[in-house]
Design a protein around this ligand. Structure first.
Ligand code: X6L
Ligand code: MG
Ligand code: MG
Length: 164
């Protein structure tokens, strides 16, 4: 049997019916990638990078998978496409973004995929949902846990738990 890895993804949406888009994305990701191990709450988060944009809903998701990293990336991108994502401008608003934060304990450095996500430590919108489901995981390259990255994160943009 192929070994299964636990992968941690970050889902984000700031266009359309954000919560519905994330719910459909979760189902499609489980079908394409593997069973859910943990799911964080939804968080409403101020847009990073382009602060004139609508707020995001972000959510962290842990899945068990036997897919290799680039096959996993392809499935994440297919689910973004299914949500009607258009890449109009860098850092622009989007119906769905699916980012790979962690792939087991692997460090991956390919032209199209870097894991752990290189900007993870600077973004409260990713660290807070991830800490809810993976506080004690070690983040390679940083030599500390997700909880410690969150404690040390200087990002001040608002991130709060969201309910419909
Ligand atoms: C200077 C200028 C320093 C821009 C950093 C940071 C740009 C993050 C883009 C930056 C800069 C990004 C999400 C988001 C985006 C999301 C929230 C990005 C790419 N994705 N804001 N902004 N949630 N809250 O998922 O992350 S665009
Ligand atoms: Mg992103
Ligand atoms: Mg992305």
């Amino acid at each position: 049997m192929k070994p299964a890895f636990t992968v941690h993804l970050l889902l984000g949406s700031n266009l359309g019916d954000r919560a519905a888009l994330l719910a459909v994305a979760r189902q499609q990701l489980v079908a394409a990638i593997g069973p859910a191990v943990a799911t964080s709450a939804l968080y409403e988060t101020a847009a990073w990078g382009r602060e004139d944009q609508p707020a995001y809903l972000n959510q962290a998701l842990a899945l068990a998978t036997t897919l290799a990293p680039l096959a996993l990336l392809a499935q994440c991108q297919a689910v973004e496409q299914a949500a009607g994502r258009e890449r109009l401008e860098r850092w622009g608003s989007r119906t769905l973004d699916v980012d790979i934060l962690l792939y087991g304990e692997a460090q991956i450095d390919l032209p199209t995929l870097i894991v752990p996500h290189p900007r993870l430590a600077e973004r409260r919108f990713a660290l807070l949902p991830l800490a809810e489901i993976a506080a004690e995981i070690q983040v390679l390259g940083h030599r500390c846990t997700v909880a410690q990255l969150l404690t040390n994160c200087s990002d001040l943009l608002p991130v709060r738990r969201w309910s419909a």
